[in-house]
Every structure is written in C-alpha cells, then in structure tokens.
Design a protein around this ligand. Structure first.
Ligand code: SME
Length: 155
C-alpha cells in the first residue's frame, strides 16, 4: 500500500486529489466489486481518519452491510429508511451536517454526529451506497460530495 495514504497534511481537496489516482491504480487491477469496495473503504478511512467508512449493497430489495472499516454496524436497511435508504431511494448523495436533525437517522453508533451517503450507480440502478460517518458535526460538504462521487464511479 502506498505510504502517502497515511499523509495527514494538506487540505481536504489536496488529499482527495492525491487519493483518486491511487484508488484508480488499486481498483483498476481488480474486477471483483466487493474486493474493490473493501480497498476503497480502507483507503478513505486511513487517509481521513473517519469514524466509520463502508458500503451497503442492494441485495434482494434491501441494503445489506458490505465491506467497511470502523465499529460494528447495522446489517440491513430498508429502502427509504435512514440516511442510507434515503440516498438509495433518491438516487443521489445525501449530506447530513447533524444526524440528530435528520428524521429517521439510524444510529448504528451513538458516536456519529455527521454523515454522507453516496449512491453507487450501475446502468442507471443504485447497486450500493458508500456511507461515511464522523464523530464531529458538519464534517462533509460539497468537496466530499464531488470527490466521493468521483471515487465510487471507479467501482
Ligand atoms: N446512519 C446510517 C446507518 C448506517 S451506519 O451509520 C453505519 C443511516 O441512517 O442510514
């Protein structure tokens, strides 16, 4: 794994910009989507030190926990439920600055304060979501949205 993954300096933009080519290189040599989700979760988590970073996959009409980094999480989420199910239903990224103000937020961990969920779309269908949680309020904004959408397009 490249040493630069553990860099702590630089702006958020610089870190994402540095990470994207590394993700492209690592994922480009593997075709299995679960292996690629696992490495993407790891690389994002290590680079930014998020609280929880991982995927839920659409399996038989619900979201099922996939590769992740961080503490134990809920295993199944229905369409339209929580931040993840909402991003799936809308087919668009949902940024939540304060999870206590998001009606229906599913608290897998009482430590989470803010969250972003980015759908993974294949041939027009949401096949998974990338969910990232932070222990601080308002961690995620349009910069994360832009780069994380670029990242999941590599899957
Ligand atoms: N908070 C999410 C549930 C997944 S955990 O954060 C890992 C939600 O409301 O959908």
């Amino acid at each position: 794994m490249p040493e630069e993954l553990h860099m702590s300096g630089g702006s958020k933009e610089e870190r994402y910009a540095g990470l994207l080519p590394q993700l492209r290189a690592v994922l480009g040599s593997e075709s299995d989507p679960i292996a690629n989700m696992a490495n993407m979760a790891s690389m994002l988590h290590e680079t930014f030190g998020f609280w929880w970073t991982g995927f839920y996959r659409v399996v038989d009409g619900e979201l099922v926990l996939g590769p992740f980094q961080g503490p134990l999480a809920c295993t199944r989420i229905r369409r339209g439920k929580g931040v993840c199910g909402t991003a799936w239903e809308r087919g668009e990224t949902v940024v939540v600055p304060d999870v206590d103000k998001f009606p229906g937020h599913i608290a897998c961990s009482g430590e989470s304060r803010s969250e972003i969920v980015v759908p993974v779309v294949k041939e027009g269908e949401v096949v998974a979501v990338l969910d990232i949680d932070s222990r601080e309020l308002s961690t995620f904004d349009g910069v994360d949205r832009h780069w994380l959408e670029e990242a999941v397009a590599l899957l």
